[in-house]
Design a protein around this ligand. Structure first.
Ligand code: SF4
Ligand code: SF4
Length: 193
């Protein structure tokens, strides 16, 4: 049975984490959370999360950097904004989830074999390289990187049907002017730094 950490010692709290997430999310009000739980009770995905949105906000406030950045919660967030529009303290909880995801990718601390971050990462790689997504390539990468060969075998009949009806193709999709795409991505990166 997996035992979740319930106690954190003061010396293990990372005092800079709250400011990092405030800066990355643009949510300056995180520390006024009153732990009312409205966000968790509004969240359609909370039942699947390892920490509820209320717990995540508390953990961010209390500098539990490692636990937060390794959590499945932000990857399960459906970006429905229910928590954010209902929070009585106007905390931008959805934006906090996005910020956590970005930090987790930056630090490579996301759950490494969990399909959602792996798919995000592989999709990003394909898009930045080719300018277009190729479904078959993406699916193959996803199943191989998550080491889910059984999942690949199970999905094969569906993939075959999609192929037969022309919904997916084996051809690698690509735009013509990749050089221009790289220039745009470079400019966006420089602008965001
Ligand atoms: S709804 Fe807002 S104030 Fe209430 S626990 Fe969630 S983040 Fe905190
Ligand atoms: S935005 Fe994410 S965390 Fe907030 S309620 Fe929706 S799924 Fe839950």
């Amino acid at each position: 049975m997996k035992i979740q950490e319930k106690v954190i010692n003061e010396e293990d709290m990372d005092r800079t984490f709250l400011n990092d997430i405030k800066e990355a999310s643009g949510s300056t009000e995180i520390d006024i959370c009153i732990q009312c739980g409205t966000c968790s009770s509004s969240c359609p995905m909370a039942v699947y999360m390892d920490y509820t949105p209320r717990q995540i906000i508390s953990m961010v406030k209390n500098g539990m950097r490692e636990n937060v950045l390794k959590s499945f919660t932000p990857w399960l967030c459906a970006s429905c904004y229910s928590c954010q529009v209902r929070c009585p303290m106007d905390i931008n909880i959805t934006d906090v989830m996005y910020a956590i995801k970005r930090k987790a990718v930056e630090k490579k601390t996301y759950p490494s074999r969990f399909a959602i971050p792996v798919m995000d990462k592989e999709m990003h790689k394909i898009l930045t390289h080719n300018g277009r997504s190729s479904e078959v390539l993406l699916m193959l990468k996803l199943f191989l990187k998550t080491r889910n060969l059984i999942g690949l075998i199970k999905m094969a009949p569906l993939g075959l049907n999609l192929f037969k009806t022309g919904r997916i193709g084996l051809k690698k999709e690509s735009i013509k002017n990749k050089k221009q795409l790289r220039q745009i991505l470079k400019a966006v990166k420089e602008e965001s730094q």
